[in-house]
Design a protein around this ligand. Structure first.
Ligand SMILES: NC(=O)c1ccc[n+]([C@@H]2O[C@H](COP(=O)([O-])OP(=O)(O)OC[C@H]3O[C@@H](n4cnc5c(N)ncnc54)[C@H](O)[C@@H]3O)[C@@H](O)[C@H]2O)c1
Ligand SMILES: C[N+](C)(C)CC=O
Length: 490
């Protein structure tokens, strides 16, 4: 069985107390690893080493081109370990082999993207009034705590590690306590790539213990968090002590709007992908499908017909199209939302049950599920279920579609399906969300910003915006004609 330990100041480290957590394969309930459960003391040690490496170490001072070489080396090692990382991600998170393989490819690309970006620095050098020459430069923020969730364990870690390291920060990564396996593998890669001691540190353990220490510590300059909105709120409060900088990438309840003039087969296909990709455990899932009244029944019929054919199974089986939910607790939460939907009076058009047939009997599988006849105030319409549960809503016209789409506290993603390009643009511009699509769903690139409006977050990951989240901006004013100001009499 794998034994997972922390990595602090360039050394593998057991926790200060001998606490361990079983790591479970959600496809069959078997224990695949034992992970160290770090303590607040371990977190303090990681913070102090990261602070030392920032203040006294070579990393922040290193030429960007040299830092970029480390990032390219890491990307190459991610490629070399592609198959092993894919296997481990499937084992730990449950996602299908195809999904996990995509994540590993994207992770390597993300390191390459930021290696390239840091070599193309943005700044200004201008002649300002009064014989002053002014420069605007970017500098690293300092010690960064990076806290990530379980749904894309490797990729979400890399979305933060790559820009934070490129910018010259020192970092402490805290993966989800239930999916730490690929983070440990990532640190093996950092070790092989020869990152200087203390630059990248790995803390394992519970959010309320080690995560909270990162959020609270006055020696941490920045927290970049991805996870649930309630956790984000708690972190924002903890981070207030030293007014540390924060980026929050949070939950969603994203609208997928289908007009009557959309190509029906395309829209149905993307709606299925929008909600059932990753078994619905994707922050940007198209979990609310808004269909224009005139095509609602035919759309739902085709959607449900195809949803029932989705092959649910272990991610390791190439035939599986949708894997299990990540844990028994999470499966029970999703099943309780399905029960709530029925109680609230919504109509179940497909799915609704745990799948326990044959080899799936001990796994945490749930059928692709969908509800119609919902109202805007139902909990299944307003709250993030984070599972394979679609809720259908209807709208009368363009204005109504925009109103319904925006009627939640979230604002992460949204999509519009129509063959009228002017209407598509009018509507998508009014959707209050940070990531939007027209006639597609879930398309994403490392080059462009990722983040939410409203209670879906603060700040942006990826692209040049993702680098800026890990940089301070400084102005340097140089007096070209040094002489007394004459402001006060002598
Ligand atoms: N917007 C995005 O880009 C994005 C991406 C992925 C996931 N998510 C969101 O993540 C959620 C699912 O992931 P989850 O269940 O792991 O989220 P979560 O909020 O429970 O946990 C996320 C991380 O925060 C840590 N944590 C928990 N309590 C903490 C505390 N008090 N202080 C510091 N750290 C703490 C956890 O240990 C974990 O590492 C969903 O809401 C999903 O929408 C958002
Ligand atoms: C950002 N993404 C889509 C990779 C993961 C969100 O849950």
């Amino acid at each position: 069985m794998m034994q997972l330990t922390m990595y602090i100041d360039g050394k593998w480290k057991n926790p200060s107390k001998d606490n361990k957590r079983d790591i479970i394969n959600p496809a069959n309930g078997e224990v695949i690893a034992e992970a160290a459960e770090g303590t607040a003391e371990d977190a303090k040690e990681a913070i102090s080493q990261a602070k030392r490496a920032f203040q006294d170490g070579e990393w922040p001072e290193m030429a960007p081109a040299e830092r970029a070489e480390y990032l390219y080396r890491i990307a190459a090692k991610l490629d070399e370990n592609h198959d092993e990382l894919t296997r481990l991600e499937t084992l730990d998170n449950g996602k299908t082999h195809t999904e996990a393989s995509f994540d590993v490819t994207e992770a390597a690309d993300c390191f390459r993207y930021y290696a390239g970006l840091i070599r193309a620095p943005e700044g200004q050098a201008v002649d300002a009034p009064e014989s002053t020459h002014t420069m605007v430069v970017h500098e690293p923020v300092g010690v960064c705590g990076l806290i990530v969730p379980w749904n894309f364990p490797l990729l979400m870690s890399v979305w933060k590690m790559a820009p934070a390291l490129a910018a010259g920060n020192t970092v402490i990564l805290k993966p989800s306590e239930i999916t730490p396996v690929t983070a440990v593998k990532l640190f093996e890669i950092f070790d092989e790539a020869g990152l200087p001691d203390g630059v990248a540190n790995l803390l394992l353990g519970h959010g309320a213990v080690v995560g909270n220490e990162l959020a609270t510590s006055h020696d941490v300059d920045k927290i970049s968090f991805t996870g649930g909105t309630e956790t984000g709120r708690a972190i924002m409060k903890s981070a207030a002590g030293n007014l540390k900088k924060i980026s929050l990438e949070l939950g969603g309840k994203s609208p997928n709007i289908v007009f009557q003039d959309a190509d029906l087969d395309t829209a149905v296909d993307h709606a299925l992908f929008g909600i059932y990709f990753g078994a619905g455990q994707v922050c940007s899932s198209g979990s609310r499908i808004l269909v224009e009244e005139s095509i609602h029944d035919v759309f739902v019929e085709r959607f449900a017909e195809r949803a029932k054919k989705i092959t649910v199974g272990p991610g390791s089986d190439p035939a599986s199209e949708m894997g299990p939910l990540v844990s028994e607790d999470h499966m029970n939460k999703v099943l309780s939302y399905i029960a709530k939907g029925k109680e609230e009076g919504a109509n179940l058009v497909c799915g609704g049950n745990r799948v326990q047939t044959g080899a799936l009997k001990d796994g945490y599988f749930v059928e692709p599920t969908a509800f119609t006849d919902t109202t805007e105030t139902m909990r299944i319409v307003q709250e993030e279920i984070f599972g394979p549960v679609a809720v259908f809503q209807t709208f009368k016209d363009e204005q109504d579609a925009i109103r319904v789409a925006n009627n939640t506290d979230y604002g992460l993603a949204g999509s519009v399906f129509t063959q009228d390009s002017a209407k598509a643009l009018r509507v998508i511009k009014k959707v209050r969300a940070g990531i939007t699509w027209v006639n597609t769903y879930h398309t994403n690139f490392n080059d462009f910003p990722w983040g939410g409006y409203k209670q879906s977050g603060i700040g942006r990951g990826l692209g040049k915006y993702g680098l800026e989240e890990f940089q301070e901006v400084k102005q340097i004013n140089i007096n070209l004609q040094p002489e007394p100001t004459g402001w006060f009499s002598e």
